[in-house]
Write a protein that binds this ligand. Structure first.
Ligand code: C5P
Length: 229
């Protein structure tokens, strides 16, 4: 089976309050999404990369123009939905003719520019013979509190066995599509797979693969991308 990447990049980045959707913010010299596309295009295991953007997207053409090394490695699907879940599902439906039922799909957030070939290689290597698939994730390091409506701590939740999910999340095409068709309102692929009664494998990711969500994440992502941290 082959490996494909699917990048949901149709969000508006509301929590970032920037002038453009966050996946297009400049980061260490190029737009955030371009880091992700360059990384997948440079990874030999990946047969092709699909990026899902909003039907009204006015930025992706500029991001790709002049990048001749990306032309035959990346396709754009102008069919983002109202949620990440819907954007991924629209993308899976759109690529049904090009991808086999048993081919692997690596779904990766456009907002995680710190991913590198080494992490992709580790994920692929650990999951290639796995019956279910899995995801990059990090063991939780903080002490966790369950708060009430008044922001009073009610209890401390043990962090033993707790992981923070990252992406890529890697599952076979047919299973992933069925899981997402049946799930309602999931925030990642693994939860849809879990809802089918299957257990995705947790593969240790890296702090450098952080999701850029709030303005201060931008500076941290730049440190990683520039190799300072
Ligand atoms: O907003 P958040 O950081 O959770 O988004 C994660 C990823 O999902 C981002 O790459 C974003 O562009 C994408 N997304 C999408 N369609 C939406 C919402 C988010 O493709 N409707």
């Amino acid at each position: 089976s082959r490996y494909f990447a699917l990048i949901p990049a149709a969000g508006v980045g509301a929590r970032m309050s920037a002038g453009c959707p966050k996946q297009y913010l400049p980061l260490a010299g190029k737009p955030m999404l371009r880091h992700v596309l360059d990384t997948f295009a440079a990874t030999p295991e990946i047969a092709h990369t699909y990026v899902v953007v909003s039907p009204e997207d006015g930025y992706i053409a500029d991001v790709l123009s002049g990048a001749s090394h990306l032309f035959d490695r990346i396709s754009v699907i102008y069919h983002g939905g109202a949620t990440r879940h819907q954007s991924v599902l629209n993308g899976l439906r759109a690529i049904g003719g090009q991808v086999g039922e048993n081919d692997w799909v690596l779904v990766h957030d456009a907002a995680r520019p710190g991913l590198n070939g080494e992490l992709i290689g580790k994920l692929v290597c650990e999951l290639r013979d796995d019956p279910v698939g899995g995801l990059l994730a990090l063991p939780v390091v903080d002490t966790l509190k369950r708060g009430d409506g008044e922001r009073r701590a009610q209890a401390t939740v043990s962090r033993e066995h707790l992981w923070a999910a990252q992406t890529p999340q890697m599952f076979r095409y047919a299973l992933l599509r069925r899981a997402l068709e049946q799930a309602d309102a999931v925030t990642d692929e693994a939860s849809a797979i879990e809802a089918l009664g299957l257990q995705p494998k947790l593969v240790e990711g890296s702090p450098r693969n952080l999701k850029v969500t709030l303005p201060h994440d931008v500076a941290l992502a730049e440190l990683y991308l520039k190799g300072i941290a």
